[in-house]
Ligand binder design. Structure first.
Ligand code: FES
Length: 339
């Protein structure tokens, strides 16, 4: 009689030869997500870690070849013919949106801070653009000039919003000097795994450095628009007062949603600041004695992301509850490639 070893469970489950993984899980009374039981909905995905299985037909909608290549199988369509090991997975980890190539037009372009440009794009062709809050896309401004930027709008909003930091690189120079309202921008995406885990229930900590604000704003906007009432706190770290931007948008969210609060932290104020000062991670450390039950989302410069990761994990936040995106400039990317 074959055994099914389920990760994180001490005792394996006995299965009949040819029984599906889902049937065995149900027979043993284990919690298992499923719906159609016929290979059509994709609800019953599990990770296959090894062993003798036979997979029955299923629709590509239920399980894409890309996910199958990552050893994801459908429990309702996978028969057990020898000892097998699997891992039950959180459906939030498997969110997939079709990759799109959108033609968009710039409908607004402004400078919310001295070194930030905010772009708003209207989709003209190639939509709809489904994504999860916190993801990013590749923006092509002109032939050969393309860079990755995170969406700052919530999924489903009419306009796509991006925050471009002026780093002196070719992409941001193009935005600062040549891009204008009415121009075409090609958007390819979505990309990235540091997106809002919608099924999680519990406090949300959002930590942004510089234009890392964009994906954090997208997550906050999406979660609040979805009616979520868990405590949600966004920390926005910048160097000095002149780097603060979109404070109005944050204040408006805080005014409308009592569960949302934000902190702006200046790391290197030019003069006596009326705001909180120091490293943004130090502010988080001071305010949060524990991260129990929390999900943390972090985006910004690599040193800030590294410091936040070290802090959160040293205080017991499991890595699976930390979703971090380090923003690397083209110059840093080139230096890494050269190294
Ligand atoms: Fe629908 Fe398995 S339950 S695909």
């Amino acid at each position: 009689m074959p055994l099914i070893h389920v990760e994180d469970r001490a005792a394996p489950l006995a299965a009949e030869e040819g029984e599906t993984i889902l049937a065995a899980l149900k027979r043993h009374g284990l919690p298992a997500a499923y719906s159609c039981e016929a290979g059509n909905c994709g609800t019953c995905k599990v990770e296959y870690l090894g062993g003798e299985i036979f997979e029955l037909d299923h629709s590509e909608y239920a399980l894409s070849p890309a996910l199958r290549a990552k050893n994801i199988v459908l429990a309702c369509r996978t028969q057990v013919w020898g000892d097998v090991a699997i891992r039950q997975i959180d459906a939030d980890e498997l969110v997939e949106h079709p990759s799109r190539l959108l033609t968009t037009r710039v409908v607004a372009l402004d400078a919310p801070a001295h070194d930030v440009r905010r772009l708003q794009l209207a989709i003209r062709a190639g939509g709809p653009f489904d994504f999860s809050a916190g993801q990013y896309a590749r923006l092509e401004f002109a032939r050969g000039i393309a860079r990755d930027y995170s969406m700052a709008n919530a999924p489903g909003d009419e306009l796509l919003e991006f925050h471009v930091r002026l780093t002196g690189g070719e992409g941001s120079r193009f935005v600062a000097e040549r891009l204008a309202v009415g121009d075409q921008v090609i958007v390819e995406g979505p990309k990235g795994a540091s997106y809002w885990r919608e099924r999680h229930r519990g406090p949300m900590l959002l930590v942004a450095g510089g234009t890392g604000l964009a994906p954090m704003l997208s997550i906050a906007r999406a979660a609040l628009a979805a009616g979520r009432t868990e405590p949600m706190r966004l920390y926005f770290g910048v160097r000095a007062e002149r780097d603060v931007y979109m404070e109005d948008a944050l204040a408006e969210l805080a005014a409308r949603h009592p569960n949302f609060a934000f902190e702006i932290v200046l790391s290197d104020p030019a003069d006596a600041a009326s705001r909180r000062t120091g490293l943004v991670t130090a502010a988080v450390a001071q305010d949060w004695p524990s991260f129990a039950g929390c999900k943390a989302y972090v985006a910004g410069p690599p040193p800030m992301v590294a410091a936040a990761t070290a802090l959160l994990t040293s205080r017991g936040l499991p890595l699976r509850d930390l979703h971090a995106d380090a923003f690397i400039t083209e110059a840093e990317r080139a230096a890494l490639a050269a190294a």
